[in-house]
Design a protein around this ligand. Structure first.
Ligand SMILES: *[C@@H]1O[C@H](CO)[C@@H](O)[C@H](O)[C@H]1NC(C)=O
Length: 111
């Protein structure tokens, strides 16, 4: 038996765990690092959120979330982005009334 080997292994795992959580804390996983000004088909979008510059993220962005949970980073001030946000607001409103049932509410999460 090698008790010190076990202890060293344990310390090593502990260290790796600590280091990883520090790295994750510094760079939030869901930060957009760049945006793409490419229009998104409205039927694939289920949600959106705003990424504010300086609150843990380097750039400002609007983040659309697809029905499958994919995030799409776009510029926050484009007209088409504002239109799409309005569309998502409407969709959420409708789905709330429908109790999130039906095909068009797939992926739309209760607020
Ligand atoms: C972004 O895309 C829209 C729609 O295609 C276009 O009208 C607009 O000029 C673009 N903006 C930039 C900064 O390229």
């Amino acid at each position: 038996m090698a008790p010190w080997g076990d202890a060293r292994l344990f310390l090593c795992i502990l260290c790796i765990t600590c280091c990883c959580s520090v790295i994750v804390a510094q760079v939030p996983m869901d930060c957009c690092l760049r945006v793409l000004n490419k229009t998104i088909e409205r039927h694939i979008v289920a949600d959106y959120k705003q990424q504010i510059r300086g609150e843990g993220c380097d750039i400002a962005a609007t983040v659309f979330v697809s029905r499958r949970g994919r995030t799409l980073c776009v510029p926050p001030n484009e007209e088409w982005v504002k239109d799409l946000m309005k569309h998502v607001d409407d969709l959420k409103e409708k789905c709330k009334k429908l109790k999130y049932k039906g095909r068009r509410c797939v992926g739309v999460k209760p607020q």
